[in-house]
Ligand binder design. Structure first.
Ligand SMILES: [Zn+2]
Length: 203
C-alpha cells in the first residue's frame, strides 16, 4: 500500500493538510526529489546515468514526502523506478509547453493505465491515479503518479512543469515556480557555485 500519511482524520476532510499533502504541487515535488535520488549524481560519460542508489536512500525520500512506515522497497523496485526516472527526465528537460506535452503523451501512451479515483479505502482524500491498482508495484506507481502531476501542471500553467539545473556540475531537476522570476539552479548551493565560477572567469 502506498499513500501519503493523513495528518487529519478522514472524518474531517476540511483540515488543510488533508488536501494539501495530496496537492499536485506536492506530488510534482516528490517526483523531482525521486528523479534526483534515482538518477542524479554527476554526469556520466555519454550514458547520462549516475551511480545506482541504495533502496534506503530512496525510502528516505519517500518518507520525507509522507510515505507511511512500514513499507518494503527492494533493489529490484529501485531499478524499475530508476528506469522511470530516466524517462521522466525528458519531461524536465523540455523547454516549451509543447515539448513537455509531447514527452508526457509518449509516457502516458506507453506506461500508464486509465484514469481512476481512489481514497485508498477511505484513508486519504479522493485523488486521481493512473496506475492499474492501489497495490501496483513501486515502479508503476512512481511513473504513473509522476505523469499525473506533471500533466496537470502543464494543463494549469501552459509552461514546462520543471527544468534541469543550469549548473554543468549538477543533474538535479526541479519544479518551476508558478510565477515570478525564472529559477535556473536546483539549489542555493548550485547558484552560489556558479556565481563564484563566473566571477573567477571574469578574473
Ligand atoms: Zn544544481
Amino acid at each position: 500500500m502506498r499513500y501519503i500519511r493523513p495528518v487529519s482524520t478522514p472524518s474531517d476532510p476540511s483540515e488543510a493538510d488533508w488536501s494539501t499533502r495530496h496537492s499536485v504541487l506536492s506530488t510534482a515535488r516528490r517526483t523531482a526529489a525521486l528523479v534526483n535520488v534515482l538518477s542524479g549524481g554527476p554526469p556520466g560519460p555519454g550514458s547520462g546515468t549516475g551511480p545506482h542508489p541504495a533502496p534506503d536512500a530512496v525510502a528516505e525520500v519517500l518518507r520525507a514526502h509522507g510515505e507511511i512506515d512500514p513499507f518494503e522497497l527492494t533493489s529490484r523496485d529501485v531499478e524499475g523506478m530508476r528506469a522511470g526516472a530516466v524517462l521522466l527526465r525528458e519531461v524536465f528537460a523540455a523547454d516549451s509547453a509543447d515539448a513537455a506535452a509531447h514527452a508526457l503523451n509518449r509516457l502516458l501512451g506507453a506506461h500508464t493505465g486509465a484514469l481512476r479515483l481512489t481514497s485508498h479505502q477511505g484513508v486519504t482524500p479522493w485523488h486521481p491515479h493512473l496506475d492499474r491498482g492501489d497495490d501496483a508495484p513501486w515502479p508503476e506507481w512512481f511513473l504513473a503518479s509522476s505523469c499525473m502531476a506533471l500533466a496537470v501542471l502543464v494543463w494549469d500553467r501552459q509552461r514546462p512543469p520543471g527544468r534541469v539545473c543550469a549548473s554543468g556540475a549538477c543533474r538535479n531537476v526541479f519544479i518551476r515556480q508558478g510565477s515570478g522570476p525564472e529559477r535556473r539552479y536546483c539549489s542555493r548551493r548550485c547558484a552560489t557555485r556558479e556565481r563564484v565560477a563566473a566571477h573567477r572567469r571574469r578574473g
